[in-house]
Design a binder for this molecule. Sequence first.
Ligand code: SAM
Ligand code: DTB
Ligand code: SF4
Length: 319
Amino acid sequence: MTELLWNEQKCLTLMDQPFFELIHEAYTVHKQNFKVGDMEFCTLASIKTGACPEDCAYCPQSAHYNTGLKKEKLMDIDSVITAASNAKQNGATRFCMGAAWRSPPKKDLPRVAAMIRAVKDLGLESCVTLGLLEADDAVALKEAGLDFYNHNLDSSAEFYSTIIQTRTYEDRLNTLKQVMAAGIKVCSGGILGMGETRIDRIRMLLTLYELPISPKSIPINQLIPIPGTPLAKAPPLDPFELIRTIAVTRILFPEARIRLSAGRENMVDETQAWCFMAGANSLFIGDTLLTAKNPRLEHDRILLQKLNMQLPEVCNAKS
Ligand code: SAM
Ligand code: DTB
Ligand code: SF4
């Protein structure tokens, strides 16, 4: 087996560098792999909302916490087509569907497969996040034409058990294994700002780095503190820690799309700009993520324009 380039000590040294040295290194790697100003635009839809049996301490959709969220049953196909068509019209090239499940019920998989086919028929890339998968579920999703499966490690193995008790880190890794075995691309990352340390962040990235197939899509979420959840009062994340983590992610995964995901609504424009320089090149556009607020499209357009970056291309064609 060839020795991997990065280990914990090297990552720590990398991340501890003077801020501008780290950003310079990350931007150099970024420019070697992507065009200046390049950005990917994705839109999310919550296809099944709330009443989730899992106890993820950050999540508004967990049935364990009273967050006042209105639960909704599995969406019908026509509503998904309408949402995906609107997303395409607003410039998204990828449509991500999320469900508040521990794992997808077998009876609902045919409808999810039909949703994936409909999204593909519109000429969009497809992504779903449905919780834990068994091997045959992954094969069924692949057969429906699924491009990406989002399943976040969220943090290090050590920190994970302090935020989730209803499943293990191993369960999470096993799902990634099934996704890779079925030939679906892995989208996996984490959340920052849950009280984890810099070492936890590095360990999470190294776990992704050690996967047999390097993830091509890595969401970095900043915790959105949700009233009613155990993390409602988590101390805010230092923006420089977010920017440094993105820089390290870029250096470890030179070719991946790094998705500056949840939390932009609570971020000033200057922090987002630094994140783009450090290597973030994928955004969710649209007023809501799954259930939480996201910046308005017009705000994103103005910011990207100020930075001379790629804008979401308004598209009127059906497919
Ligand atoms: N139930 C599925 C699962 O957990 O894999 C899919 C949906 S879940 C909402 C998708 C991801 O959203 C989580 O893994 C987590 O990273 C992110 N997320 C959920 N609540 C969040 C919050 N309050 N702040 C930031 N990210 C959050
Ligand atoms: C990911 O890592 N972030 C997105 C997507 N994958 C599914 C979801 C963020 C959810 C934020 C809380 C909410 O909207 O409910
Ligand atoms: Fe359920 Fe996913 Fe939320 Fe956890 S993160 S409570 S699994 S919807």
